[in-house]
Design a binder for this molecule. Structure first.
Ligand SMILES: [Zn+2]
Ligand SMILES: [Zn+2]
Ligand SMILES: [Zn+2]
Length: 370
């Protein structure tokens, strides 16, 4: 189960947590400026106002990357535990080109070039333009990332962020502090890696009926390594650190999750009537609105849609257990719309529950193993 495409291509948002574009964007954050960069916003954690039809591009956030890590690819350290996977994507010269990477051809390429240390069964497709390669050791994985073979074949390898870093949230950070001031004042408990990046979240304020985003006192810190400390010290003050929960992002162009409309490369799918056009320009009457994710009588952007609950649950597991989208999403049964139902336009019902509670017993589920 889970492998066959849903009827009408609707039910399973196939996107990874990072599309190639967002991936490049995040790489850009590392390689770009040393000081302060802007990034698409999400609302502050615990913001009581529900996000409703607000474009993420409505606001940008302050991002600071510690200079020695700017432009550097993260690598595994001796303290890191496996699996030692590396993700490979095809580099794009034309962002609108729909690039794919074929797993068998890629596996043959690296086999012919005698890349050492690959685990049997460790080369797998994890997205349209993404292959995961698992190595037996951290050094084999690190060496592969810088292998010139990749660039020669227009490929790019990176170690997935969730394997080598942890994100945590700190609160009550003075608004008038720069992120550099915050990071340079930090001291860490033992067994905890240093902060390599800080990002200040924005919160939404309604002023005269329209939403405005303003910097909040909540900051997301990215720690090097696989353990998230419970607290750090800032100028000798104890600062509690909470797990950062990844937000769900939905595209208003194709209704899939994991990217925004500005990054979309898929054909438009209407969030009101499921047809291949943009939802903004659709004027179907409310009583005929059909969700293309679950066939319910609501827009596909409605947070009450069971697929939204599923996506939230997936992000929660990813955040808590530091696993990939693919691994996390496999734990939640897909929201499907039965063919007969679609054909006859009957009132919707789910063929399966929206999601099951996450299994607590997965071997990879222990967070912060050290
Ligand atoms: Zn899209
Ligand atoms: Zn429509
Ligand atoms: Zn729905």
């Amino acid at each position: 189960m889970g492998d066959d495409p849903p009827p009408g291509g609707g039910g399973i948002p196939p996107d990874l947590e990072m599309t190639p574009q967002t991936f490049l964007q995040s790489q850009g954050e590392l390689s770009g400026s040393q000081r302060s960069m802007k990034r698409h916003a999400e609302s502050e954690i615990g913001n009581p106002t529900p996000k409703k039809n607000i474009s993420p591009s409505a606001s940008v956030q302050d991002v600071y990357t510690v200079p020695e890590f700017a432009g550097e690819k993260l690598k595994y350290t001796d303290a890191d535990q496996g699996p030692f996977s590396v993700h490979v994507t095809r580099m794009e010269s034309d962002p609108s080109a729909g690039l794919t990477i074929r797993v068998l051809k890629f596996a043959q390429l690296i086999h012919r070039n005698n890349i050492p240390g690959i685990v049997n069964g460790g080369v797998n497709s994890v997205g349209r333009n993404r292959v995961s390669v698992e190595f037996a050791s951290s050094s084999a994985a690190n060496n592969f990332v810088t292998n010139p073979l990749l660039a020669e074949n227009k490929l790019c390898a990176t170690i997935p962020q969730f394997q080598v870093s942890r994100m945590g949230v700190v609160r009550n950070i003075p608004i008038d502090w720069t992120l550099e001031e915050l990071v340079s004042g930090l001291q860490y408990p033992s067994n905890c890696g240093q902060v390599i990046k800080a990002r200040r979240l924005n919160s939404k304020k309604i002023i005269d009926g329209s939403a405005t985003w303003i910097p909040s006192n909540t900051v997301v810190l990215t720690f090097l390594g696989q353990s998230l400390p419970q607290k750090v010290y800032c100028y000798h003050t104890s600062l509690p650190v909470d797990v950062y929960h990844l937000p769900t992002i939905q595209c208003r162009g194709c209704c899939r999750f994991g990217h925004i409309k500005a990054q979309c490369r898929s054909k438009a799918r209407c969030f009101k009537c499921s047809q291949p056009h943009l939802g903004e320009s659709c004027n179907i009457p409310d009583e005929h609105v059909t969700c293309l994710l679950c066939s319910g009588n609501h827009k596909a952007t409605d947070p009450r849609c069971p697929e939204h609950s599923r996506q939230k649950a997936i992000k929660m597991v990813m955040s808590e257990e530091n696993i990939s989208y693919l691994e996390a999403s496999a734990r939640f049964s897909t929201v499907r719309r039965p063919f007969a139902e679609v054909a006859s336009q009957q009132p919707p019902k789910l063929s399966q529950p929206a999601f099951f509670p996450p299994s607590p017993s997965s071997p990879s589920s222990s967070q912060n193993p050290t």
